[in-house]
Design a protein around this ligand. Structure first.
Ligand code: PAF
Length: 279
């Protein structure tokens, strides 16, 4: 069966409320790539009904960011989701999600203010607000999200816990190109040369893991090595940080829970990556 396209909140609420089994939900901003599709496949395996939302959420972009140019291709997305036999595509417009009198915001203090939150101060407020709205509308049992946005998952888990939601986030591994670049809709912005330069992110992660495998536990030492590496590869560093997976607290000694987090500009495109350091 072809996925049904639902544009109104009231219709979506009626449909998901009606189903008896498990509802799986994959929130997206569209322009789907293999990373998104891997989430949908897992949702299909684990749930009875699968909903994918496609909504480019304006409130998570700052005025200087790429909201207007963010890639969109609904027809292609629809075809991909039809192939995977998704049940419903929730595809609301801005007026549906943020009517003119809209005036409520959800904020998770602390962990929204580090890493990407420092260079994108209003970003997570937009993400938490829209995701809570989507969760209230779709009422999923499970919500599937990719670990490329590890901070997003951590912030959303905290929001759902603090606000007593029953929805469980299922974190899914980063999907990479064969050469290591983490899949992202924003990779589309890279020209050929920048696409090559962008490999410095995954290579830096590899370098960091190698140093840890050889016994290094000092984040400062690894930071020096990969800062030099990324700079030589034409990457402009927004941040490189070492934080604990559970609460994103900063760490001075690398242990099993420590992740490296990177945000690097390749030309004007800001790319992120992260990984556990100690296997
Ligand atoms: O990760 C994304 O694509 C977005 O931040 C999300 C979760 C769909 C909210 O707009």
């Amino acid at each position: 069966m072809k996925p049904e396209i639902i544009t109104s909140i009231s219709a979506m609420k009626k449909l998901t409320g009606k189903h008896a089994g498990l509802t799986g939900f994959v929130p997206t901003m569209g322009f789907l790539q293999e990373g998104h599709l891997s989430l949908v496949r897992l949702a299909k395996k684990q749930c009875d009904v699968v909903v994918v939302s496609i909504y480019v959420n304006p409130t998570q972009f700052s005025p200087s960011e790429d909201l207007a140019s963010y890639p969109r291709d609904f027809e292609r997305d629809y075809a991909l989701l039809a192939e995977l036999e998704v049940d419903y595509i929730f595809f609301p417009d801005n007026n549906e999600m943020y009517p003119p009198d809209y005036n409520t915001w959800v904020e998770v203090k602390g962990i929204s203010e580090v890493l990407c939150g420092r260079s994108r101060p209003s970003h997570f407020r937009g993400v938490t607000t829209i995701v809570l709205k989507l969760v209230n509308i779709v009422q999923p049992d499970y919500m599937y999200m990719g670990e490329k946005d590890f901070q997003q998952i951590t912030v959303l888990k905290k929001m759902l816990k603090d606000l007593n939601s029953d929805t469980i986030i299922v974190p899914c591994p980063i999907v990479r190109e064969p050469d290591g670049l983490a899949l992202s809709s924003r990779n589309k912005y890279l020209d050929e040369k920048q696409r090559q330069d962008a490999l410095c992110l995954s290579k830096a992660v590899k370098l960091a893991r190698q140093s840890v495998a050889q016994g290094c536990r000092n984040p400062e030492v690894i930071l020096n090595i990969i800062t030099q590496f990324i700079t030589a590869a034409h990457g402009k560093i927004d941040y490189i940080e070492f934080r604990q997976s559970n609460d994103l607290s900063a760490t001075e000694i690398i242990d099993k829970e420590t992740r490296i987090f990177l945000a690097i500009y390749i030309g004007k495109t800001r790319l992120i990556d992260n990984a556990i350091l100690l296997q």
